[in-house]
Each structure stands twice: as structure tokens, then as C-alpha cells.
Design a protein around this ligand. Structure first.
Ligand code: NAD
Length: 466
């Protein structure tokens, strides 16, 4: 191979940069890329990194995001297995799908679209600036997916991010942070653009939330964390719990509806916040729906078996017991003396609308079914059991009026028609993906533009060329 002097100079420069990087890498409190013991150190490091990012161009940011996506692609199996082993929840093969999805379908800098007005008085631009350092709280149910998705969107928007991961899933979340920082280093991006803490705790989360250098907080989790971030007095994005109802109308294609409901409700053992959590079905098609669900991997429990199941998975107050969250259907059934093969992925049962299985977000492959007499009653009940979370709802119908009426009444952030719930985050449905769906605070499906400050730049009497 012949190398000319210009190429040689380039190689020497690259090596010199790498050596300089390595020399400057160790930062107080950090032994692994972006991972700190002390939350204050994490925030300080992210603060320095954001300043460096802001000096780079948009194409540099794009290069960083492309590098993150390319690097993570080689680690999908590793992080999926790590999540499965660390949390003991969900299904490995579905975690592979979720991690692939965030890498493939999380928008990058192309999401930042400026607005414009021109007229007699000149030109006005609506531009998007970074917030600075974002504090992001991530859940145990999507530990790496949330980190990857948030990091891509937040960096694309020009921010750095400090994660406060779930204590029960932090090894997975932190591995994702480490891999993201590795990728950023490969393209000479700022170090510590994505930071986190080892051994996370509520104390560490509180330090992050109240740190003066945190400009925006983004929480993905249950009601407690959303309430906590909204009480900080800072700008906060709250992506909270859901209890998605699926309504099946008499006009639906019942075979397809049965298949899609089993697929959506059993996905990752019902951990996703968007997964079907209760089915509301018109009486005249209910028996046929149940028959078809059983042909697609559902097992129906009744009477004594139902009582045993309630006792097994609910505590005295009617809340789900932690140890059964995200477990396989055949495992749960085995605990009440029912042996089925692993092709059974969902447990179904008919109950009344007040049953805790309907009212509570179980996050188990257990789908209660409530009969209703008509679409009006079905839509009303769907609105009630969604509890106003404005998260996700699904409807199977071929009646355009029923579909429109439910979408209008329920006002959820995601409304899927005639498909599994996960079509709403881009699996077999059009559109980008996100793992932070901000219902309570109204941003909806978050992406890079969500993590920007909207600004107006006015040029008086110029550039109107109409
Ligand atoms: P969780 O609420 O127990 O924990 C989520 C995160 O919040 C964790 O990092 C936890 O440590 C932190 N946290 C909890 N209470 C806190 C407090 N008072 N102060 C600061 N931090 C606090 O939830 P989980 O079990 O990890 O995840 C499942 C929940 O998250 C479900 O309710 C699910 O619907 C919801 N979720 C919502 C979305 C969405 O986009 N809307 C996405 C995924 C999960």
C-alpha cells in the first residue's frame, strides 16, 4: 500500500488526537465512560460536555448520532440479555426487537425543523435551541431502550444528559451509557455527553433534580416519579403510567383482532406502557373473540382458577405483586397448578369492570375481558378505565364512526386502529419511535424537537422577497 505525505499527516493527526483524548479522559469520580459514583460529578461532567457540543456543527451532531447507532447495533443481543437477566422481567427476544427499534427509528437532527414567517415587516424565524444539561429518569421496564432513545433525541437537539436509572436495572442502563460514550469517542465527540451514576438511589435522583445546572428534567416511569419531577419547580417532561384499553366492536375482523390483541398484550410479557391491559368487547362477538384468542396462544381461566390467580398475583390491597411483573404466562399458571406449554403467552378471563385486573396496571401477561352491549357503552368504559392518563388506546372496528368517536372521546396520546398496540410506536405502524410518551405534560411522543427551547429571531424589514 502506498501512502502519500498528506495521508500520512492525517494518520499522525488522528493518532495524536487519540493520545490526547486518552490523556484527558480520567475525570474525577469516573472509572468507566460517563459513569460516576457521585451525582454532582456526573452533572458537572455533562455541563462541560454540553458546552463543547454547542461549539460543533449540526453535521457533527449527526455524525455523533450515526456513530452511536452504528456502534450499538453490535451490542443489541448483549444489552437485551443483560436487561433480561438483571430485571428478571419480560422476554429476551422482545427486548431484541425493542432495542433494534430505538436504534432504527429514533429521529436525529432532521427532527429539528425551523418555522418561518415572511411579510411586509421582514422575516421571522422560529428556531430551536438546546436546553443545556437534561436530567433523565429511566424505568426498569425499558432500561436500555429509554437511555438510547433519550440520548439520541437530546444530543441531536444539542443537549447533554445525565441519567438517573432505576436501581433494579441500572447495570443495563449504564452499559448503554458506556457504549454510547464509546461511540462518541470514536468520532472525537465531547466526552461525557451522556452521564449516569453507579448505585442509583432516590437521594441521587433528588440531587440531580435539584441541581442548578440541570435545565430540564425528563421522567419516564410511574405516577410517583412524574409527581416528583413536576414538584421541582423546573421545566419537566412527565411520561407516566398507562392502562391501555382495547375495544372490540361487532364490525371488527374478529380473527385479526384476536391475533393482534394476543400479540400486543403478551409483548415483552406486557411490560410496555402501551400494551393492551384490558379488553372491552361487544357481547355478540365476545365468544368468537375468546375462541380465536385461545387459538393464538391465550389460556382462559374461570371460577376457582381465577380465584387462585387473583390470590397469587395481587396483594391484599388489590395492587400487583412485584414478583410476578413481567413473568411468562406459563410460569404464572404453573404457580396455580396449571401446566401448559410455553406456546401459551397470555392468560385471559372474563371479569366485571371493577375488577382490579381491569383497574390496575398489572404489567403481567394477564388480560381481563369485560363484555358490553354496544359501542357507546364500550367507549365510555374504555375512557373510564384509562383513568385519564391520556396514554394509549386501541380499537378494532370497521365502522369509521366508532373509530372516530373513540379517538375523539378518549384523547390518548396514541390511538391504534386495527393493529397490535406496538404499531403505535412504529413496529408494523408508520412513524418514528419513542420510549418516552409524555401524556401528563402533553409533549406526546418525544423526539429531538421536544428537547429544545423554541425561540423567535426577527429580522425587521429584510428578506421579504415575495
Ligand atoms: P417506577 O416509577 O418504579 O420507576 C421509574 C423511575 O423513576 C426509576 O428510575 C425510579 O428510580 C424513579 N423514581 C421513582 N420514584 C421516584 C421519586 N419519588 N423521585 C425520583 N425518582 C423516582 O417505574 P418502573 O417500574 O421502572 O416502570 C414502569 C412504569 O413506568 C409503568 O407505570 C409504566 O407505565 C411507566 N412507563 C411509562 C412510559 C411512557 O413513555 N409514558 C414508558 C415506560 C414506562
Amino acid at each position: 500500500m502506498n501512502i502519500d505525505s498528506k495521508q500520512l499527516e492525517k494518520i499522525v493527526k488522528l493518532v495524536a488526537n487519540k493520545i490526547e483524548d486518552l490523556e484527558t479522559k480520567p475525570i474525577a469520580g469516573s472509572s468507566r465512560l460517563g459513569i460516576f459514583e457521585d451525582m454532582n460529578d456526573a452533572v458537572e461532567a455533562a455541563y462541560v460536555a454540553q458546552k463543547a457540543l454547542f461549539e460543533l456543527t449540526l453535521s457533527d451532531r449527526k455524525k455523533i448520532i450515526d456513530a452511536i447507532k452504528a456502534h450499538l447495533r453490535s451490542y443489541i443481543e448483549e444489552i437485551s440479555m443483560l436487561a433480561f437477566e438483571e430485571t428478571g422481567m419480560g422476554r429476551y427476544e422482545h427486548k431484541v426487537i425493542k432495542n433494534t427499534l430505538v436504534i432504527d427509528k429514533t429521529p436525529s437532527v432532521e427532527d429539528l425543523k425551523a418555522g418561518v414567517f415572511t411579510g411586509d415587516d421582514g422575516l421571522t424565524l422560529l428556531e430551536m435551541s438546546p436546553f443545556g444539561v437534561i436530567g433523565a429518569i429511566s424505568p426498569s421496564t425499558n432500561p436500555s431502550e429509554t437511555v438510547i432513545c433519550n440520548a439520541i433525541g437530546m444530543i441531536a437537539a444539542g443537549n447533554s444528559v445525565v441519567f438517573s436509572p432505576h436501581p433494579g436495572a441500572y447495570k443495563t442502563s449504564n452499559r448503554a451509557v458506556e457504549l454510547i460514550n464509546e461511540a462518541i469517542q470514536f468520532v472525537n465527540g465531547p466526552i461525557n455527553l451522556v452521564c449516569t451514576v453507579d448505585h442509583p438511589s432516590l437521594d441521587k435522583a433528588n440531587i440531580m433534580m435539584h441541581h442548578p445546572k440541570i435545565n430540564l428534567i425528563c421522567a419516564t416511569g410511574g405516577p410517583a416519579v412524574v409527581k416528583a419531577v413536576l414538584s421541582t419547580g423546573k421545566k419537566a417532561i412527565g411520561a407516566g403510567a398507562g392502562n391501555p384499553p382495547v375495544f372490540v366492536d361487532k364490525t371488527a375482523n374478529i380473527e385479526n383482532a384476536a391475533r393482534d390483541i394476543v400479540l400486543g398484550s403478551s409483548f415483552d410479557n406486557n411490560l410496555p406502557c402501551i400494551a393492551e391491559k384490558e379488553a372491552i368487547v361487544m357481547d355478540e362477538v365476545c365468544d368468537y373473540l375468546i375462541f380465536n384468542m385461545k387459538n393464538n396462544g391465550a389460556y382462559e381461566v374461570k371460577d376457582k382458577e381465577l380465584c387462585l390467580l387473583e390470590k397469587l398475583v395481587l396483594c391484599d390491597k388489590g395492587y400487583p405483586k412485584k414478583e410476578f411483573i413481567g413473568k411468562n404466562a406459563d410460569y404464572i399458571l404453573s404457580k396455580i397448578g396449571i401446566d401448559v406449554d410455553p406456546s401459551i403467552v397470555l392468560i385471559i378471563m372474563e371479569v366485571s369492570k371493577d375488577h382490579p385486573f381491569v383497574q390496575e396496571e398489572l404489567m403481567m401477561p394477564i388480560l381481563p375481558i369485560v363484555r358490553v352491549k354496544d359501542a357507546k357503552e364500550g367507549i365510555e368504559l374504555a375512557c373510564q378505565v384509562e383513568h385519564g392518563f391520556r396514554h394509549t388506546a386501541i380499537c378494532h372496528s370497521r365502522d369509521i364512526e366508532v373509530l372516530s368517536e373513540m379517538g375523539r372521546r378518549i384523547q390518548t396520546t396514541i390511538f391504534v386502529k386495527n393493529g397490535p398496540s406496538y404499531a403505535g410506536i412504529g413496529v408494523g405502524g408508520e412513524g418514528f419511535t419513542t420510549f418516552t410518551i409524555a401524556g401528563p405534560t402533553g409533549e406526546g411522543l418525544t423526539s429531538a424537537s421536544t428537547f429544545t427551547r423554541k425561540r423567535r429571531c426577527v429580522l425587521v424589514n429584510g428578506f421579504n422577497i415575495k
